[in-house]
Ligand binder design. Structure first.
Ligand SMILES: C[S@@+](CC[C@H](N)C(=O)[O-])C[C@H]1O[C@@H](n2cnc3c(N)ncnc32)[C@H](O)[C@@H]1O
Length: 460
């Protein structure tokens, strides 16, 4: 017998829905199949021949930040009459556990793309009076909660009189959107200017298939926002960052109107705030271009590397010709190494090199990459023969720039394979400013032109 389920996605994250959902199906080993995926629509129907997949789909839903609700689908159609006739013939409807005298129930009516009044909702429930439910109605804590959902399209200002699609089924679970409230940046002890919003960090951990007992690393850890999600999902977490002052909570406060940071702000303090210190391994000051990890296999790498737009990224090094220069003994303790430009191309090479050496086979590498939207997605991503691209989700930023959440799975330890970095990544910084400034403009000229350009765009 085929069991069908309706996945109702929430509004905020269309670009990430499918990728997150597919990753979670993999994580929970759920064999349900997606029927006719449609990136635009907030509904997805999945089907399985095994009843056990229902429990797995509930786990998927509870973990997902993109899914709003999971419904065991009893009928779906493009017309009300057809929906009702399907329902009358539905094999579940007469089963005791749903229709029995002692089973309380409730029916909710939801619409997408059109607002309707409470009275209209009541009228729609009355139309369902033919359902053979014999139990008492219980609006607060029913044994079974049923849902009629009407889909009026994506444009609420031109919604038709009748819905394009109707669904009816038994509610099973709500998604994990609460995650965003539980670890909200507003109340978080330690944040930086680039701390990521919780729902995106959860999606990253979901794409990376993070589970209990995994060991997860972020080599550009900053305030550790990505690790919090991984830790919440049961992973042991570790990170590194080149910025000593940031890691020690000594940089200028990132919150508006706050003049001074608290003395105990740190990544660890956040873990303590969320009572997940058992998942905290450490964060260390270290340059990602010179990884210090022993031969060890992480289960996943999740990171948001610097793109070098707001400021140039730096790594330890020198432009001086005299490579034989050694820091005199007496200065070694107080020596701060000099830094040089860390191009995004090199950041990616180092990231894949880290994954090649320190990620388990089958482990996932999930990271953000900037994109110039004038270039096609497939021309904007690196390729490495030892890694398979699993998904890439585009998030528009501004002007012609977006960022892509890329997810790769490691296939082999073959280290002779070369990474291919596309032109647009190699020249990202220059392309970002192209059309606005000449390549040989000075930094100040470029920035001034860029500011002017942004100002004009915003005014338009
Ligand atoms: C986009 S931020 C990451 C933000 C982080 N996800 C958070 O939750 O705050 C990039 C980070 O990379 C760090 N970084 C820049 N160059 C680095 C390098 N060579 N090695 C390690 N970290 C570096 C920066 O200090 C910054 O904290």
């Amino acid at each position: 017998m085929a069991y069908r389920y309706l996945i109702w996605f929430c509004q905020e994250c269309p670009a990430f829905r499918l990728a997150e959902f597919e990753a979670l199906l993999t994580l929970f080993k759920c064999e349900a199949k997606i029927c006719c995926p449609n990136k635009e629509k907030p509904f997805l129907v999945v089907q399985s021949n095994q009843r056990e997949d229902e429990e797995k789909l509930i786990q998927v839903t509870k973990r997902s930040v993109c899914v709003r609700s999971l419904i065991h689908l009893w009928a779906d159609s493009t017309s009300r009459e057809a929906l009702f006739s399907q329902l009358k013939n539905c094999e579940f409807i007469k089963q005791k556990e749903y229709a029995g005298k002692e089973r309380s129930f409730r029916i909710n009516v939801d619409t997408y793309g059109k607002k309707i009044t409470l009275q209209t909702k009541v009228d729609k429930i009355e139309e369902l009076a033919f359902l053979p439910f014999e139990g008492p109605i219980n609006l607060n804590k029913p044994d079974n909660s049923f849902q009629l959902i009407e889909y009026y399209g994506l444009l609420s200002n031109s919604a038709p009189d009748e819905p394009y699609e109707l669904y009816f089924g038994r509610w099973l679970a709500d998604g994990g959107r609460r995650f965003s409230l539980d670890v909200s940046l507003k109340e978080r002890k330690f944040i930086s200017n680039t701390s990521m919003v919780p729902w995106l960090t959860a999606i990253m951990s979901n794409l990376a298939l993070v589970k209990d007992g995994d060991v997860v690393i972020d080599p550009f850890v900053g305030s550790g926002s990505l690790l919090i999600a991984a830790a919440k999902f049961g992973a042991y977490t570790i990170g590194s960052d080149i910025d000593y002052l940031l890691l020690h909570g000594k940089r200028k406060p990132s919150r508006r109107y706050v003049k001074q940071r608290d003395p105990d702000e740190s990544v660890f303090a956040n873990f303590a705030q969320y009572e997940i210190t058992s998942q905290y391994l450490d964060v260390i000051v270290s340059d990602a271009s010179k990884p210090c990890w022993r031969p060890f296999e992480f289960d996943a790498i999740i990171t948001d590397p610097p793109y070098g737009i707001r400021e140039n990224s730096r790594k330890i090094g020198t432009d001086k010709y005299d490579m034989t220069y050694k820091v005199p003994e007496e200065y070694i303790d107080c020596h701060y190494p000099s830094k040089v430009l860390y191009r995004f191309e090199d950041i990616l090479k180092d990231l894949f090199a880290l994954a090649l050496k320190n990620l388990k086979i089958g482990g996932r590498l999930v990271f953000w990459i900037p994109r110039i939207t004038d270039y096609k997605m497939e021309d904007s991503l690196p390729h490495h023969p030892s890694f398979k691209l699993i998904s890439c989700c585009n998030q528009d930023m501004k002007l012609n720039v977006s960022r892509v959440l890329a997810c790769y799975e490691k296939l082999s330890n073959e280290s002779n394979n070369e990474i291919f970095i596309p032109y647009v990544i190699k020249n990202f910084r220059e392309l970002y400013f192209t059309g606005i400034a000449e390549l040989n403009d000075t930094k100040q000229e470029r920035q001034a032109k860029h500011r002017q350009f942004l100002g004009q765009k915003e005014m338009n």
